[in-house]
Structures are given as C-alpha cells and as structure tokens.
Design a protein around this ligand. Sequence first.
Ligand code: GLC
Ligand code: CA
Length: 541
Amino acid sequence: MNKKWWKEAVAYQVYPRSFKDSNGDGLGDLAGVASKLDYLQELGINVIWICPMYQSPNDDNGYDISDYQEILDEFGTMEDFDHLLEEVHKRGMKLIIDLVINHTSDEHPWFQESRSSKDNPKRDWYIWRDEPTNWESIFGGPAWEYDKETKQYYLHLFSKKQPDLNWENPEVRKALYEMVNWWLDKGIDGYRVDAISHIKKDFSDMPDDAHRAFIPAWEKMMNVEGIQPLLAELRDETFAKYDIMTVGEANGVKVDDIGEWISEEDGKFNMVFQFEDMGLWNADSKHGIDVRRLKEIRSRWQKGVEGKGWNALFIENHDKPRVVSTWGNDRQYWRESATAFACMYFFMQGTPFIYQGQEIGMTNAPFEEIEHYNDVRTHNLYFYKRQTGMMHDDVMTLIKATSRDHSRTPMQWDASPHGGFSTAEPWLRANPNHSWLNVEAQKNDPHSVLSFYKQMIWLRKHMEVLVYGRYNLVEMGHESVFAYTREDEHEKVLVVTNLGQHACWWDEPEDGTLLLANYKVIDPNQLYPYEARVYKMKLHQ
Ligand code: GLC
Ligand code: CA
C-alpha cells in the first residue's frame, strides 16, 4: 500500500464560529483558532480542517459564500488567515479549508448579475426555470424560489439564500478552478469539499407538477449519472497539480462507487465522508444505535476500500448532534460511552477526524425553546412542519433530537462564564454543563475523555499497524460488542468495544497485552457497559 502523509494524519475539525473568540464580540474568529494551536498540537493533531471562513451573509453560517477570496469580517482579515496558516505550518501541522462550490450565496456578485436580467451573460451560471418542479429542498420547503424581477424560478438544494451553481456551464467551472488554485497557491494543504455529490442535476423524468406532493430533490441529485466527468475535470484542473489532501462530502455514495470516487487509480478525492450509517439529512428523533447495522456498514466500507483507496473516519461533525447524547448515554455512562464510541471508530483503517469538543465528550444542548436555536435548517424545519399541521411539542421533540446546533455550542475550555469561549454573550448559548465538562477539568486527569483521546492518538502515531494494517471484524457473540483486529506482517491489534449499557461475559484473550482501556479496573471475564479495550496480540505465523 502506498504510504502518504494524509493517511498517517489525525485530523481535527474546527467550527470557527464556536471555537474561540479572541476579541470579546461573542463570535469565534481566526485569531481565536490561532491562540489554540498549542492545545491541538499537544493533543497530537496533524491536520486541521476549518469550516468556511469566507465572506458571507451567514444564512447558513458561512456555507453561503458571497466572496471566495475574502475573509468574513467578524473572523478577521486575510492577514489573520495568513498568520494562522503560518502558525499551523510552524508547528508541523497542515491546514485544509472547506470548499463550497455546489452553490454560492444569493449575495455573491455572480448571482446578483445572474438575477439582474434574463439576458445577463451570467444568467446561465445558475439554474433558472419558468416552472418549478415539486422538489423539496434539503432544508425543507420548495427547492425553487420565485424571482419577481425576471419572473423565473431558481434552484436551491439548500436554503433559498444558497442558489445552486450551474455546473454544466464551462465558464462557471473555469471560474471555480481559478479560485481553488488561488488558495492552493497560497499554500493551504487541501480541501474538505462540501456537498460535492450534489453538483450534477438530473432533470430527466422529474415530475414538474408543482401541485403534487413534494419529493425530496436531493435523492435525485446525489451522485447521479454523469457526475464523474465533472469531478474528473475538477481534480485534473486543480487538486492533481498539488501534493494535498482532499476529502469529499459524499452523501449518497455507496461502497460500490468507490472506484470512481476514491480509488488510487481513478479516484477524484483521497477519501470521502460516507453517511450510510449516519444518515446525513435524516430527521427522525430515534435514539440509540443499532450496533449490528453499524458493524455491517462500517465493515463493508473497511473491506471495500482496503487496498483500493482510503477511508475518512468520523463519528461527529457540525451537522450532527453529539454522539455521546445520541448513540451513547450522556447521563449514567457519559465518560464510558464517549470513550467507547471513540475507540470503536478511531482505530479503523482510514484517517480519523475529531470534531471540536468531541475529545472532551461534549453533549447535546439543553435548548427547550425554538428561539434558543440558530440553525437555518432547524428554523426551516420548524416552519414547514408547523405549516403541515404538526403540533408545536412534536416539532420541538424532533428538533431537540436532531438539530445541528447541538454540535455548534461554544467550545468548553474552562468553567468560567460561557465556558471560557468568550467574555461576551456568545452567538449561541454555551451548554451550562461547561461548569464541569471542560478542557481545563480534563487536562490533568488521566482518566478523562481528553486523556483517552491523547492516548488513542499516541498509539496510532506509534504503531504503523493501526494506520496501514488490514481490518477484520471479530464476532464475539454479543450484539452490542463491536470488535475488530488490525494486522500486518509484524503486528496484530485487537480492539473490543461494548457499545451497550449491559455488561457481557467475555474471556480476555490469553495472548493479549493490554494497551488501552477506558475502565480503571479490568475484569478478565466480562465487559462492563460501554467498556473499550485495545490489546496487542501475539502473531501466530
Ligand atoms: C454541507 C455542510 C453543511 C451545509 C451544507 C450546505 O453538508 O456540511 O453544514 O449546510 O453542506 O453547504
Ligand atoms: Ca470574535
């Protein structure tokens, strides 16, 4: 297998709005990120992915870009960005940025021109129609917005302030590639490529009767036929010219598609975020996790990608509620379940991503009122569900279970007001549990979630088998136990995690040496609720 720096890296995702406020305005910023680089370095991070920091009216917190080559005023200046990049590089780390090219903001000059008249040269840079179809936007409500001035509708898969670019137009693509290379020439180390499986639209046999029930547009616009030539051109005109890391957000991409998406011969990205087990846009309030399904899906990706491409491993991001509150148990087994789920995904084959706050076990926000939420998707959901007659309490139950704001509350640095994130009232309330759940409280505690993450990262750095070794699922006869081995010619490691709240009988292997555990005292004959252990095994030749 080809060795690459990005295969050996541990990545950390920063949501800049919520990471650290340096100037007391309640909003995180680039200088704030720079001030925490030592923390990230100490944790053992190699790559930082920073969510959009471009100029934006912030309808979708920066995922609606109005200028690709300017920094959001509230986040700082281009000098602050250059300084951040320099400081990251000084510490031997890399910085990848978010590339949002499925859509722009409606306030981007391209769209302003496009909407100005039907014969504007940029009219065709976006997708305009006389009649809307009955497609539903990913953020709820119709996917088409009527424009009074020119009496046509434009397509927006996300919010109405995020019009979709027309990727069929070569001028659009050229303009995007220039921008992509401009950043690469500046010295960034790669991209996380936003919503990229949506760029190709399939307009064939789509019902256009606007009065029929909504159909979810994105299902017809995820990884559809004809997307590959567009992705290949993007790769060839930009990424392929640099030694960088690319990870595509690939909702709807299946293991069978990996040849075209991420194989070493013909992949368009180094790796993708897959959502088969996380259902990126599903909005039901189901709690808990079907471990059997999780094992099946994650193992299918592990084996499917092995020897062909590379996985991006994650359990949290800025679009999902916190894992310890959804899959785990954030009350009785908070520390145990936070570390068990961590151990489950972290040692698989691929590049692990840690989302800010995950490393201290941050939990969902206790917001009860719709006013406490900020996310555009959450508010759209509220509006459209209420419109269809759903009761307030039922919508709130749904929102409390699924809102993206759960992962966007301010990072909890210490027990001071607002968790040490800011001296001012933050843009989104800090979780009150910052009084005990914070970096400061965990830093020197060898049994904290944070210390567990540090140990995991240390192990992955020091055992090549944990990077390149083969993966094999191990069935132990317990539904809630997710166990697997990593193995190469020299070494073998066994990872055992109980992802349920019941203890189960299990005999510790005789030829195993314990490397890591999330309980202080080990019972050789049973696994406790949410117990996680990692063993070095004897290799039997
Ligand atoms: C991606 C981002 C999400 C954003 C959407 C639209 O899925 O992760 O936060 O809202 O794309 O850009
Ligand atoms: Ca600030």
